[in-house]
Design a protein around this ligand. Structure first.
Ligand code: CP
Ligand code: NVA
Length: 298
């Protein structure tokens, strides 16, 4: 059974194929009469809406559940939920806090499981990020990405995805907020040429994509004040953007904390591609599901 728990669960060829399917306008209705069970342990706007729409566009019916109703590991173990939902859906998606929960859900499942964000990874976001870069530059070859901010779930999946498609990945984080060795190994294992830049300016110099995310993620709200102080120098503003390449675009997975990790001028400015990027969440969700329940099972 094929799952997508981190983006390198796809080979480079498979990832390119998913991107190709994501751009196709008339995919076969591979979920005709079937369900897609989507479980959320954390809030979501883009992921829930885009996954539900993708299931519908493939002919299926989304069944979305919040964890208040389901109780992963409190009302019922993650493995048993995998066994249960396999009986209702041809695919399962889940957004969880601890990554082991999605691994255990997948262990119990007899249908493909998609990680809709865990504390470690956000692979469905990385798909939309790559698609947006492809649209901006025509191809991924020769593109360089500078990630500035917290080395979080979004950053890790983005870095691993860049490795798989041969895109240079530079990163600059405040001291203490960088990737751990396990994540660095994962990035390098995927083929990423990771450049640990000396400061945000060095990361952004000449880069084609400037990417940032919230300084505190869901579940880290209690660290807001200390993180806001630690990350102040890593804010993406027009001055930092001016160091990027002439064709540079700005990306953010959203939701943004406006005025923290990026200024309004950048989020709403001419280089920003945040809204096409958000819309690409639906197209890549459709491409991914089409691949997982059809080609990925052959
Ligand atoms: N980018 C993203 O995953 O957004 P949501 O948290 O709104 O789903
Ligand atoms: N890093 C953020 C991403 C939200 C889509 C979080 O985990 O909250």
């Amino acid at each position: 059974m094929r799952h997508l728990l981190e983006i390198d669960d796809l080979t480079s060829d498979e990832l390119h194929r998913v991107l190709e399917l994501s751009a196709a306008v008339d995919l076969p209705r591979v979920l005709d009469g079937l369900g897609g069970v989507l479980l959320f342990e954390k809030p979501s706007a883009r992921t829930r809406a885009s996954m539900e729409m993708a299931v519908v566009q493939l002919g299926g019916h989304p069944v979305t559940l919040r964890n208040e109703e389901v109780g992963i590991d409190t009302r019922e173990g993650a493995e048993d939920l995998g066994r249960l939902f396999s009986g209702y859906g041809a695919v399962i998606g889940a957004r969880v806090f601890e990554h082991h929960k999605i691994e255990r859900l997948a262990a119990g499942s007899t249908v493909p499981v998609v990680n809709l964000l865990s504390d470690e990874a956000h692979p469905v976001q990385a798909l939309a990020d790559l698609m947006t870069m492809q649209q901006a530059f025509g191809a991924l070859e020769g593109v360089s990405v500078a990630y500035v901010g917290d080395a979080n779930n979004v950053a890790r999946s983005l870095g691993v995805a860049c490795g798989l498609v041969g895109v240079e990945f530079r990163v600059s984080t405040p001291p203490g907020y960088g990737f751990d060795e396990t994540s660095l190994d994962r990035l390098r294992g995927a083929g990423a040429e990771v450049v640990l830049a000396d400061g945000p300016e060095a990361a952004v110099d000449g880069a084609d994509v400037v990417y940032t995310d919230a300084w505190y993620s869901m579940g880290q709200e209690a660290e807001r004040i200390e993180r806001t102080e630690a990350f102040a120098r890593w804010q993406v503003d027009d001055t930092l953007m001016s160091r990027a390449s002439e064709r540079a675009i700005f990306l953010h997975c959203l939701p943004a904390h406006r005025g923290d990790e990026a200024t309004d001028d950048v989020l709403d400015g001419p280089r920003s591609r945040i809204w096409p990027q958000a819309r690409n969440r639906m197209h890549t969700a459709r491409g991914l599901l089409a691949w997982l329940v059809d080609e990925g099972l052959r």
